[in-house]
Design a protein around this ligand. Structure first.
Ligand code: F6P
Length: 656
């Protein structure tokens, strides 16, 4: 039986080598690599799955320590005179590039956070003419929305005007549904930015792209760099700059890496900033909603809260302040995963529901409801599910969301998000195969919670609760007996000032995020959607996902990128004879079609391993509902570990 490897919580600064499979992964950026911790997660049971995710999330907080002298790096001095490790990263064979690998707690990261904090303070002092804009795509955009609305609420509580705005690629509908195509358009990004900041004299622009990859964000950063009299751009992501995406962006003159390099240059004069600590590869390769999203929340909430506190106390922010805020998030990790067994029980339940073609529903209150919506919306592109498979609902619907475009309900069933919508339109069809998870704090309306829960209980016994409790509060017997299980997360009492209450709220959100990420990821692992730690049945709906699909094919077949891309195109266009016309069109043409198709990557995998026709590959894939089992059958032992022969085969193909 598979036994998870015990990892030390504080580990050495990443030797990129240990984040790489021999030969194959060196060229991939950290955020796309496969994490050695979770490499066998597809075979793990629920308890093991949660344990592996816990270890993987712990990497976010890893510090550099003395053990790193044993690794292939060497020390150097930084701008802040902090000794940092230089390691060889992202190099192809024969190439060597020494770069510093920053971690969350590195002095240079703290220094940049302090610099940005000062800019935030300046904006807060002049709300009429200034604005802080948070922007992102997919989950990064959803977090931009959540952060901007939360900090405006914080200001409102102090009777101050809003100073924050958010941008999400694809507009507000992308908060609830996946709109990956807009992510590829730098012009759309710049246009959206211009609209949001019209009339402002000073703008702090925070562009989030976990993989340093989204063209939408590149367009916005470039626009800021060209207008530095008004804009101070900040890039948040989790790859070193030399691993930023360097692929030509359709209809544009720059790559993301070129923009990031320009940012680096301007950072010398403190008019642009990059916050890009490495937090290690994702538990499911490339799934930046997981660690990337969590680290985004930790970094931005810490620095924004510190700035607000400094403004109200009229005191300078120190590196220690920032470190203290961030360290409290490390405790959240401990508190959350101390409930590992209960989380595992929910993962098991979710897996059982999904295997029986049942559904998962999150019924949340306030921003915990938003966390449910965020987790659910990302399941569509990540696991190729239907929107109805995992859904989130929030009390008071759009009123509670406070999104810019208001009520979107009329756009279709996937935009129905209130508890009333759930009761009226979903509950009648809920069956015992479905799992329902309530998410609330003991300060929410417990009578309403009990009433709703009792109605759900009549439909399914699989009714669970995640409740956030402050020390001294207890979940009542009534609540306990309404749910099949209640996972109670206990948080210390906050005695300190206003910002402290927000910190607690943010931490409950992060804790909920970790639990829900485990439930939806674990559930889909148990359903057989993951192979090793790769989502092999991903939707190929934008250029990043197209490249990721090619990399997955490479990883499992050891064939050259060209051969893999050809197989992918054959699968997308359902043809055995690729015309030059197809080969030569832009990637966006491929992804527009691929977004409408199912199982294109598994089909390409069978094509590559069986050397058969597309029709045969498709029928083989469709014959078995569990993709992982089919793939496993074709990728027999040698495919699991690259042999010297296979590497040779790839080299030959590359030289052809
Ligand atoms: O392309 C879809 C997606 O991968 C989402 O899953 C993710 O949340 C989003 O892109 C943003 O990615 P990044 O933050 O790396 O730009």
């Amino acid at each position: 039986m598979f036994v998870p490897q015990k990892q030390k919580h504080i580990m050495e600064t990443p030797d990129m080598g240990k984040w790489e499979l021999a030969g194959y992964e060196a060229a991939l950026p950290v955020t796309e690599k496969s994490n050695p911790i979770t490499r066998e997660i597809d075979k793990a049971d629920p308890v093991q799955i949660v344990h592996l995710l816990k270890e993987c999330d712990a990497e976010i907080f890893q510090e550099e320590d003395d053990t790193l002298v044993n690794y292939k790096g060497r020390y150097t001095e930084t701008r802040t005179s902090e000794p940092q490790l230089e390691v060889e990263i992202g190099q192809r064979e024969g190439e060597t590039s020494h770069r510093k690998v920053k971690r969350l707690y590195s002095a240079s990261v703290l220094q940049t956070m302090m610099d940005v904090t000062k800019k935030v303070e300046a904006i807060l002092k002049d709300p009429e003419h200034s604005l802080i804009i948070l922007s992102g795509c997919g989950t990064s955009g959803r977090l931009a929305f959540l952060l901007a609305t939360s900090f405006n609420k914080l200001l409102k509580g102090l009777h101050k005007n809003p100073s924050y705005a958010y941008i999400i690629a694809g507009g507000d509908k992308a908060i609830l549904t996946s709109q990956e195509a807009s992510e590829d358009n730098p012009h759309l990004g710049a246009e959206a930015l211009k609209r949001v900041c019209a009339g402002k004299k000073k703008v702090l622009f925070i562009g989030i792209s976990c993989g340093l990859s989204a063209p939408f964000i590149a367009g916005q950063l470039d626009f800021c760099l060209n207008n530095l009299d008004v804009f101070t751009p900040v890039l948040v992501g989790f790859n070193p700059v030399n691993m930023a995406r360097n692929e030509i962006i359709e209809g544009w003159h720059l790559t993301f890496r070129q923009v990031a390099e320009k940012m680096e240059e301007v950072q010398e004069t403190r008019r642009a900033f990059i916050l890009n600590p490495a937090v290690g590869p994702e538990g499911i390769s490339g799934s930046s909603r997981m660690k990337g999203g969590s680290a985004t929340k930790i970094i931005l909430e810490s620095l924004l809260l510190a700035a607000h506190k400094a403004t109200s106390n009229n005191k300078e922010v120190t590196a220690k302040n920032l470190l203290d805020w961030m360290k409290t998030y490390e405790k959240v990790h401990k508190i959350t995963y101390s409930q590992g067994k209960m989380i595992a029980a929910m993962v098991k339940q979710a897996g059982t529901s999904l295997e029986k073609m049942g559904r998962i529903y999150y019924i949340g209150w306030q921003t915990l409801g938003v966390m449910g919506i965020i987790d659910a919306s990302e399941c569509v592109p990540t696991f190729g599910t239907d929107f109805s498979d995992v859904r989130g609902f929030i009390n008071k619907g759009y009123k509670e969301m406070a999104n810019r475009e208001g009520d979107l309900t009329s756009r279709g069933p996937e935009f129905e998000i209130s508890h009333e919508d759930f009761m009226m339109n979903v509950l009648p069809d809920v069956t015992e195969n479905d799992t329902v998870v309530f998410i609330f704090t003991l300060d929410d309306d417990l009578l309403e919670i009990e009433k709703l829960a009792n109605q759900v209980k009549n439909k399914t016994p699989n009714l669970h609760a995640i409740s956030h409790v402050t020390t001294g509060q207890y979940v009542s017997a009534n609540i306990k007996k309404t749910f099949a299980s209640v996972m109670s997360m206990t948080w210390p009492i906050v005695f300190f000032e206003y910002e402290g209450f927000f910190l607690q709220k943010f931490q409950r959100e992060l804790s909920t995020k970790w639990i829900l990420n485990a439930i939806s990821t674990g559930g889909h692992i148990l359903k057989g959607k993951i192979y090793f730690n790769h989502m092999i049945d991903l939707k190929v709906s934008n250029s990043k996902l197209f490249r990721r699909a090619v990399a997955i094919l490479q990883r499992f077949t050891s064939r050259s990128p060209i051969i893999c891309q050809e197989a992918l195109l054959k699968s997308i266009y359902e043809t055995d004879d690729l015309s030059d016309e197809i080969r030569n069109v832009e990637i966006s043409t491929h992804t527009t079609l691929a977004a409408t198709k199912f199982k294109v990557v598994p089909t390409a995998l069978v094509l590559l391993t069986r050397n058969c026709s597309v029709a045969e590959a498709m029928s083989r894939i469709q014959a078995k509902p569990v993709v992982r089992e089919t793939i496993d059958r074709y990728l027999t032992a040698p495919g699991r570990k690259r042999t010297a022969d296979q590497i040779e085969m790839q080299r030959d193909e590359e030289n052809e």
